[in-house]
Design a protein around this ligand. Sequence first.
Ligand SMILES: Cc1cc2nc3c(=O)[nH]c(=O)nc-3n(C[C@H](O)[C@H](O)[C@H](O)COP(=O)(O)OP(=O)(O)OC[C@H]3O[C@@H](n4cnc5c(N)ncnc54)[C@H](O)[C@@H]3O)c2cc1C
Length: 372
Amino acid sequence: MTETTSTGRPSVVVLGGGYGGVSVAKTLDEVADVTLVDPTEGFVHNVAALRTLVQPDLVDRIYLPYDRLLVHGRFVRDRAVRVDGRRVELESGGVLEPDYLVLATGSSYPFPAKNDEPGLDAAKARHRAAHEELARAGRVLIVGAGPAGLELAGEIKAFAPDKHVVVTDVADDVLAGPFVQELRDELRRQLAELGVELRLGVKLRELPGAPPATRGAIRVTTTEGDEIAADIWYRTFGVELHTEYLDGGSLAGVRDERGYVRVDPRMRVEGETRVFALGDIANADRDVAAAAGRQAEVVAGNIRALITGEGEPLEYARLGPLIAVPLGPEGGSGFFGDGGIATPEMVAELKGRDMMVDRHAALFDVSPDEAQ
Ligand SMILES: Cc1cc2nc3c(=O)[nH]c(=O)nc-3n(C[C@H](O)[C@H](O)[C@H](O)COP(=O)(O)OP(=O)(O)OC[C@H]3O[C@@H](n4cnc5c(N)ncnc54)[C@H](O)[C@@H]3O)c2cc1C
């Protein structure tokens, strides 16, 4: 059992208010003195970010201000710049040294899948502007045939079938990763039906010089010498993990060769008893919100047990190759772990139709009507 601080409760600092961080912070708010640190103003439900390109009225519903999350704890708008053991230095110059530290700083992904604008109004304005840019473009180039690239192609063709959409990738097939071939075949079949042109096994000499998600005269050449012309392009590859604050500190060496933070089955950072890591930065599973959510339950449960002295330690079990790839509100496929691949109806029901937009509103005590 942990000693309490001057406020009467042990302190927990959560760095990063993404899917994993907000869940841990909220769960521990009842038993600990929780501080959530994030440089942005609000949580973003980025799972629905691509839908906002074609349905801009959703923009207001994917952002939820952090100041509504915690009842007892506090939100600090700041960025961790250095972490050494449990000591956290903030960009503002402040220092936090909690009883328990949770690293949940996630990853960046090229806009519009994720948005690095820290202010809510600027972030929303950027999505709305991206909708306008796409609306005026006829030919679309998407570089990257992973889940985000395929989802984006499906969104565009479902909402604007007249646009010409080309998806390129260096790989010879769509959707690299631990998935069954049947799933890739089904996605390719549906993409062909939607009229999406796939250019697979193709290397571009260089990426377009024009900024992504912004109209321009786009011309790229493949290493075979073929030219692809478009009016707008999107980059749908290149996840970057946020762990730079570990550089130079005592935890710098806990990252593996790919940059992921090594954790044990209880989600503790390797060699630590009171520092936990979860979500995209942890090496526990694939980079998906579903894993971050389940890891948050393990982390919160283990910290709660340490604080109260009650309950058995929890261990994280990997998700396996679960995935849902919507292709527009009514299409797509996936694997839900129950035998064969998911039908379009199953994917639409789980994700595609509403993109799970209201799923997090209750955490923030926001009713769906309020968020509009
Ligand atoms: C287009 C798209 C669709 C997706 N769809 C799905 C899906 O359907 N299902 C699914 O399971 N997953 C999906 N994912 C993956 C999912 O979005 C990520 O796995 C998820 O965001 C990871 O959550 P996280 O809590 O680790 O971190 P993130 O959500 O990345 O949040 C990290 C937070 O940390 C903050 N932060 C960063 N650096 C610092 C710092 N130094 N100090 C303090 N705070 C910091 C950031 O501002 C951010 O708020 C999708 C991803 C994309 C791009």
